[in-house]
Design a protein around this ligand. Structure first.
Ligand code: TXE
Length: 510
């Protein structure tokens, strides 16, 4: 596919809570993207040669600057996404700072060379070393435009790579802010390049000769990115969507579970890949759970403020999300679901994309709301007979990002953790595993490929090089040319002695 090499249009960024135009950015073409990759490649030459401590020190300085500017950054995130400023602090700034400090402390150990056994080669030494890949492309989304950008960016940098970032076209100014943080800290200019634009710019970046692509977004776009990456055999990390189940058993702490369900479903207006998208509650506690959830949902304060008012839930970030929410609720109601609270767009907050936090019951798996990612402020709750039915339904999904299980029985929790198909399972809590930097984060099934965070998330940005060193230097190895006549009989004896099981069989001929 050919893409214009020149910038042709601009993209407007709009505050989704107020309709105010924040500004415009260029939609960059193939030429500009390639130039950015070349600049990142030049910066790589120096950055990749620095010892880990120097890289860590530099990234910590960026973190210091981020904290100095925390208010400005949180406000900027809030303006481009419509989320409350408090949310921006918790889920974007804290998680980023914690990840940076984790890798600064542990990164060197994670990437240290490791000696391994040599098997039959007793006269040799074997070890593996971790080296950077080169230039990494980060294509990031709009729902957490700072943390889902900074996470892969700093992980790639800690490992010695440089980065070209393409932020979402819905949140380009937060993306530009990320680039500015790295430029404003002074030294090592150029290690993070930012290119702005939509899908075409993203595709140009995937095709621009980068060494890895980290993509966070929808399954459908993820497929397109993989197709483009296949042309150049560029490896990918995919953080895609989820339809995360919450399983609540009879012996759970229902007050805590209800509080968690409301927060897990509605924080960030439900636009979280690990948000609670469906709940399965066993019969014994179903009524109590539902009534608590409804009461707590009704008490939520929905709105947006750049001043001192505090809100729990902000606006949706993209108009398309409103359409999906309305479509899923309509489909569910047509198939028999009941709305216990919510169910409408908030008209008096137009042009903001506000939607009432909504609780649905009498739902089942014929409905889109239980199968497709809604990514909005909707919580469907389904009554189940027992834990087996809950697990079966939880696993009846093409997604597998995260899940939460609620029970006071530790052994039962361990069994559920094993049985639920997800990249991460949280017991008696929800979403929080993303905030633990030492835990690898990612999905199974259509929710993703690869991991971010933790040791695995750093190794993801490294090439593993295998090294074998001969220790004694004989003039020739046994099996080198010319092959002696006794070699084959010797090999025949040796393979039996080494790999046959049990002494009598080892010593038996034939
Ligand atoms: O995402 P897209 P959208 C889910 C959520 C949402 C849906 C659609 O269900 O309703 O995705 O959101 C760039 N080559 N999630 O349309 O299109 C794009 O410019 C390369 C889950 O906003 O996946 C942006 O930077 N790049 C989620 C990024 O991909 C391309 C977060 C994501 O956009 C491209 C967000 C192309 N051909 C949405 N086309 C999560 N996992 O957290 C687009 N892009």
């Amino acid at each position: 596919m050919s893409i214009d090499t020149r910038q042709t249009t601009t993209i407007e960024s709009i505050n989704p809570a107020t309709g105010e135009v924040i500004g415009t950015v260029p939609e960059m073409g193939e030429g500009e993207v390639r130039e950015a990759v070349q600049r990142a490649r030049r910066a790589y030459e120096l950055w990749s040669c620095l010892p880990f401590e120097r890289r860590a020190e530099h990234i910590l300085s960026v973190c210091d600057l981020m904290i100095d500017r925390a208010r400005e950054i949180a406000r900027s995130i809030s303006r481009e996404t419509g989320k409350p400023i408090g949310d921006a602090y918790i889920t974007e700034l804290f998680t980023t700072a914690d990840l940076i400090h984790f890798y600064a402390r542990k990164g060197k150990k994670i990437m240290r060379p490791r000696q391994v056994s040599t098997g039959l080669f007793l006269n040799k030494k074997a070890y593996k070393i971790y080296q950077p890949l080169g230039v990494v492309a980060v294509i990031s989304p709009w729902n957490y435009p700072f943390s889902l950008t900074m996470g892969p960016v700093v992980s790639a940098l800690f490992a010695g790579n440089t980065v070209v970032l393409k932020p979402s076209e819905f949140t380009p100014f937060v993306g530009k802010l990320v680039g500015e943080l790295f430029e404003d800290v002074g030294a090592h200019s150029g290690i993070v390049q930012v290119v702005t634009g939509g899908g075409r710019t993203g595709e140009a970046l995937v095709r621009a000769g980068v060494q890895k692509v980290v993509f966070t977004g929808s399954v459908e776009t993820g497929r397109k990115v993989m197709r483009a990456a296949a042309d150049t055999l560029t490896p990918v990390v995919m953080e895609l969507g989820g339809k995360d189940p919450m399983i609540v058993l009879d012996d759970a702490d229902i007050e805590r579970a209800a509080n968690a369900a409301v927060w897990g479903a509605f924080s960030n207006c439900g636009q979280t890949c690990t948000s609670i998208e469906r709940v399965y509650v066993t019969e014994g506690v179903y009524d109590e759970f539902v009534s608590k959830v409804v009461e707590k949902t009704k008490a939520l304060r929905v709105g947006y403020s750049e001043g001192s008012e505090t809100y729990d839930v902000g606006s949706l970030t993209r108009p398309a999300q409103l359409d999906i929410v309305e479509e899923h609720i309509k489909d569910a109601v047509e198939k028999g679901a009941r709305i216990l609270t919510g169910g409408h767009r908030i008209e008096d907050k137009k042009p903001g994309y506000f939607y009432e936090p909504t609780v649905l019951v009498d739902v089942d798996h014929r409905m889109q709301i239980m199968r497709e990612e809604t990514f909005g402020p909707v919580l469907p709750i389904m009554k189940v007979r027992n834990r087996d039915e809950a697990v079966r339904l939880a696993n009846e999904s093409r997604y597998g990002l995260a899940a939460s299980v609620w029970t006071k029985d530790t052994k039962e929790a361990e069994r559920l953790v094993e049985e639920v198909q997800a990249g991460g399972v949280v017991v008696n809590d929800c979403l929080a595993h993303y905030g633990v930097p030492s835990l690898p984060f990612g999905g199974v099934k259509e929710s993703g490929i690869g991991r971010t965070h933790g040791a695995e998330g750093l190794i993801e940005f490294c090439e593993v090089k295998s090294v074998l060193v001969d220790r004694f230097g004989p003039k020739r190895e046994l099996f080198w040319y010319p092959a002696p006549s006794w070699l084959t009989p010797l090999l025949d004896r040796t393979i039996r002695i080494l790999y046959r099981r049990g002494l009598p069989r080892k010593l038996t001929r034939g």
